[in-house]
Write a new protein. Structure first.
Length: 356
């Protein structure tokens, strides 16, 4: 079981996710099945039922550590919608509010298996409030933490990826590899300490629609291939385009390497990026910077990378149409005059009751 550190006490809020960003309106008349999982066996049984039940499916994962001896899989040809939501403290899932301040639902690959594989072509996929830890992929297919092999649209929110390792072949995306035909949303996630033969942290590859990449912290991931980014790779085709704002992509590059690469139409605003790979599409870039984020010091095995009170990234973000509503620990956004950059909102305003 992967040990988790103690976190500072934070404000608890229920997670708020706009449903319109997930479900396909063309399937609005299809009924929805709801599941509640407490163990790895229950979670896999729910996913197996969901992949062929003819309904949209919502799988709630009760808070706890899920030590996996085999990877969880969902493989469906129905073209319907799947959401998996962790961090539910109610053992019966009667209340499905998500506690972002707690340890949440940890899918632990124990350095031996990929925690989650999803193939759902034609349908959407949404993952919320999960920790994906110690995943391993040795077959060269990448996505050692999570691999989404097909979806019409995908949404990834409030996720922590920690210590996932992809090896063999070109193996891109140590934490996450997602391929789809429609848009993608990647908001308020932490990607830390993952490794790939190709891109080290996350690869998002979509053929059409809009990719929204807001307020993520992607740090200290690595790659074996100097021409690939250690942190984040965005690839688009056809009419697809990426909107990239308020992200920290830092400390992922070996000497001569890079943290970030984007291939395709993109607009970037107020990101803190260590090094952009050569060959990236220039896009429209406003306010991007490359400065030390100044993370808060923390004990051994840091899972959360918050900003120090003096960080230049506090109140330095750009408005993103109200998204995200909370930071990765459940604090409302913004706390100051503007959004902070990264997945965490600094609460310095509350230190002495008057700000600092």
């Amino acid at each position: 079981m992967l040990p988790l550190p103690q976190r500072r006490s934070r404000v608890w809020l229920p997670i708020l996710i706009p449903g319109a960003l997930l479900f396909d309106s063309a399937h609005a008349t299809v009924p929805t099945a709801v599941f509640c999982a407490h163990t790895p066996a229950e979670l896999q049984a729910d996913l197996t039922t969901a992949q062929a039940d003819g309904m949209h499916d919502i799988v709630y994962v009760v808070t706890g550590n899920y030590s996996l001896t085999s990877g969880l899989t969902f493989n469906s040809s129905e073209g319907l919608d799947l959401t998996i939501t962790g961090g539910v403290d109610d053992a019966t899932c009667t209340s499905t509010a998500v506690d972002l301040a707690g340890p949440g639902s940890v899918l632990d690959g124990q350095h031996s298996v990929r925690p989650l594989y999803i193939s759902n072509p034609g349908g959407s996929v949404g993952l919320y409030a999960l920790t994906i830890a110690a995943g391993s992929s040795t077959n060269g297919s990448g996505g050692a933490g999570v691999q989404v092999a097909g979806c019409n649209s995908c949404g990834f929110y409030y996720l922590r990826f920690y210590g996932n390792h992809a090896s063999g072949g070109t193996a891109p995306g140590g934490a996450l590899l997602a391929n789809g035909t429609g848009g993608v949303i990647f908001i308020n996630n932490l990607v830390l300490g993952s490794h790939g033969v190709g891109a080290g942290g996350v690869v998002l590859n979509f053929g059409s629609g809009t990719g929204i990449v807001y307020n993520n912290t992607i740090v200290y991931n690595t790659t074996d291939t100097l021409s690939d980014p250690g942190g984040l790779l965005l690839e688009t085709g056809g009419s697809a385009n990426f909107l990239v704002a308020n992200n920290i992509i830092w400390g992922n590059a070996a000497v001569g390497g890079s943290d970030f690469k984007v291939v395709g139409v993109n607009t970037r605003n107020t990101n803190d990026i260590g090094a952009v790979a050569s060959g990236s599409t220039a896009g429209t870039v406003t306010g991007d910077m490359s400065v030390d984020p100044q993370f808060e010091s923390c004990p051994f095995l840091c899972i959360d990378y918050e900003l120090k009170y003096g960080s230049p990234l506090i109140d330095a973000g750009t408005p993103t149409n109200g998204l995200p509503y909370e930071d990765l620990l459940g604090l409302p956004r913004p706390l100051g005059p503007q959004l902070d950059i990264g997945a965490y909102e600094n609460d310095a305003i509350f230190i002495d009751g008057f700000g600092s």
